[in-house]
Design a protein around this ligand. Structure first.
Ligand code: KG4
Length: 337
């Protein structure tokens, strides 16, 4: 089954052609990061306009690079939730137009289920169950993937996402956007034990996380050092910051894997690119005898191939939408369309 997949939930316009959920025939992406960098974060209206400007061009390119015509597409898949509503609507309406014109099924996909499905492309033999950590710019959650479409949340951030915390901390240090890669670069050579940053625990919810206090603490260190006229050891702050984020994530995921009896653990989302976090997960998985799955960086960040992969399994489970399909800014990963 050949699925044409569209992803426009945030600031990446992405289109892909995926066969049977596992084989990526083409995957095209236009990142708007440079445009949003000017403002230090994503500007929703700019994101929507750029999706509208680029989606047609990327669709034509995706077909060309897949070596197929649009008549060979069996279904159209699109991210419908969660995300920036105006941005999502561009993809949803484009997908509806294609489904109607070609008279083929329209498959709605939850963005975070897509991030989990990135693993099916990276690891062709992988099958659920497994435990999945998704750490991106907008979400941080631990999910128990019991089946391809049977997913429940085990823990989540109560406030900021891990990526947002990296972005805001980078901004206060005067670094570029998105901040994660800049902070990572700055951290090399820093002393990761120099700064003690908060590591909150949420009573009664052992797998939930909180990152906003960590962000505020890092900001206070930057401001207080400046007010005292002292020189900030920014490299050590960046290294301490990464150690703390990793220290919040790794033990929770390992404990959840043990409670839910999962021996395969996946880490996806843009923050999975962070080398400190990767290193700590590799060490912890080795120690506990778990198989660790971390897809390559191009599959960790937003892309449409992961949407095409999840769409295949959604379709097999009976999911499809009519032309009244709407985009939703928020939606639980376990909810049905
Ligand atoms: O999954 P993603 O590409 O997009 C969405 O969130 O929708 O994730 C982007 C996030 C940004 O917050 C970015 O700063 C973070 O991933 N990120 C990183 C690194 N590379 C990207 N965070 C930490 N270290 C990195 N190397």
């Amino acid at each position: 089954m050949i699925i044409f997949a569209i992803e426009t939930s945030c600031d990446e316009t992405a289109v892909a052609v995926v066969r049977d959920g596992r084989e990526v025939l083409s995957s095209e992406l236009f990142s708007q990061a440079d445009m949003h960098a000017l403002y230090g974060g994503v500007v929703p209206e700019i994101a929507s306009r750029n999706h509208a400007a680029h989606i047609g061009r990327l669709s034509a390119l995706a077909l060309k690079n897949a070596g197929i015509t649009k008549l060979e597409i069996d279904a159209v898949a699109v991210t419908c939730a969660p995300g920036l509503i105006g941005a999502l609507l561009v993809g949803v309406n484009y997908a509806k137009g294609m489904a109607m014109a070609l008279n083929i099924p329209l498959i709605p996909v939850h963005h975070l289920r897509g991030h989990i499905a990135a693993n099916y492309i990276a690891y062709p033999d992988l099958e659920p169950p497994f435990l999945s950590l998704v750490i991106s710019g907008g979400n941080s959650l631990i999910a128990d993937v019991r089946g391809y479409t049977d997913i429940s949340i085990v823990g989540r951030s109560r406030d900021d996402a891990a990526g947002e915390c990296f972005d805001k901390t980078a901004r206060v240090l005067g670094l570029g956007y998105p901040g994660g890669p800049y902070l990572e670069k700055l951290a090399s050579g820093g002393d990761d034990a120099l700064f003690s940053l908060p590591h909150p625990v949420i009573e009664g919810f052992p797998y939930d996380m909180s990152f906003s206090g960590l962000k505020t603490a890092a900001q206070n260190i930057v401001h207080n050092t400046k007010q005292k006229g002292e020189q900030l050891d920014a490299a050590s702050l960046a290294a301490s910051f990464a150690r703390t984020v990793s220290g919040i994530l790794v033990p929770r995921v390992m404990a959840a894997a043990s409670e839910f009896g999962r021996n395969k653990i996946s880490v996806t989302g843009g923050v999975a690119a962070n080398s400190r976090i990767r290193r700590d997960f590799i060490a912890a998985a080795e120690k506990d005898g778990h198989t660790l799955l971390i897809p390559p960086i191009n599959l960790c960040g937003d892309n449409a191939a992961m949407i095409g992969s999840q769409a295949y399994y959604e379709y097999l489970s009976g999911v499809s939408a009519g032309l009244d399909l709407d985009a939703r800014a928020t939606m639980e990963v376990s909810e049905k369309f």
